[in-house]
Design a protein around this ligand. Structure first.
Ligand SMILES: Nc1ncnc2c1ncn2[C@@H]1O[C@H](COP(=O)(O)OP(=O)(O)OP(=O)(O)O)[C@@H](O)[C@H]1O
Length: 281
């Protein structure tokens, strides 16, 4: 069984330098994910989810802050070290299943190609490709060509390629966006099976609230920061590393910028009381 890798982000900032001006995509993300945990990243379009995943995958370096995967500081590794990690310890499944797969060769061949780098690494014991296919519910389909599979199976084939090398961290971008309910359930079930059998830490970017709920922990990214967290069906506000807490959007709609609040504290409760000024006559 693989050992899941822990993830720790501390005050992570990412700025895209564009001709039209700099874009602050991440503005101080603090996030800890335990080894073997499953987590969904949710949030509005443009909030920074894909940027965060790209940093976890080592596809980009943070502009500031720390991104640690297991014992690795992703901001400090060389390109070569990062590329080795991605071939062995970090599995990445990008959006749109076919972009992860070679369409005209068999599923088994796709998996063997994804295992090439790990197979050259000393001490790594790889699962047989047929066993990898079993894990995602595609047992017995090793000879099928990717382009003959229906969309849900193709997405699970992409997952199989992502876990082929036995990574401790699996990053998956929007795995259910083009699937019907049945296809979505099979993909979530495949993720749950990989997590249960291998202990792999799994991070899924999704717009689908149901997927977030099924994974048990859903972190909302809002304006480049952790805006809220859902656990076991309950929503929570989160204290960031700099001591700030984002209020839910529906609260912010009622109380515009500059609204004053009194913080009311008792032994087991902290609440906010808005201070509404009476207009001067
Ligand atoms: N290569 C880039 N150059 C400049 N700005 C970028 C680049 N990539 C993303 N951005 C900007 O960074 C911010 C965060 O984008 P990101 O793609 O991480 O958000 P997202 O939450 O994944 O969105 P979506 O759900 O639409 O995929 C957005 O304002 C986006 O326009």
């Amino acid at each position: 069984m693989t050992t899941g890798l822990a993830v720790a982000c501390r005050r992570v900032v990412h700025i895209y330098r564009a001709e039209a001006g700099d874009v602050v995509a991440l503005a101080g993300v603090d996030l800890s994910i335990g080894p073997g945990e499953m987590l969904a990243l949710v949030g509005p379009s443009g909030s920074g989810k894909s940027t965060l995943v790209a940093l976890l995958a080592g596809l980009m370096r943070p502009s500031a802050g720390l991104v640690n995967i297991g014992t690795y500081d992703m901001g400090k590794l060389s390109d070569k070290e990062i590329s080795r990690l991605r071939g062995t310890q970090i599995g990445v499944v990008v959006q749109n299943a076919t972009r992860n797969l070679l369409p005209y060769v068999s599923l088994r061949r796709n998996i063997m190609l994804a295992q090439r780098r790990a197979a050259r690494t000393k001490g790594v014991k790889l699962d047989d490709p047929d066993r990898v296919l079993d894990l995602v519910g595609l047992g017995g389909q090793g000879n099928a060509a990717v382009d003959t599979l229906p969309p849900g199976a193709r997405q699970r084939a992409a997952l199989a390629v992502g876990i082929a090398a036995g990574p401790g961290l699996l990053l998956v971008d929007e795995p259910t966006s083009q699937l019907d309910t049945g296809g979505r359930d099979e993909v979530v079930h495949a993720l749950e099976t990989v997590n249960a059998e291998r202990g792999t830490t799994i991070v899924v970017v999704t717009h689908d609230g149901d997927v977030g709920a099924r994974l048990g922990r859903a972190v909302t990214i809002r304006d480049g920061r952790v805006g809220a967290e859902g656990r076991d069906g309950q929503d929570f506000a989160v204290v960031a590393g700099d001591g700030t807490v984002q209020l839910p959007p529906q609260v912010l709609e009622r109380f515009p910028e500059g609204t004053l609040f009194t913080v009311v504290q008792s032994d087991d409760e902290v609440s906010l009381r808005a201070y509404v000024q009476t207009p001067a006559h």
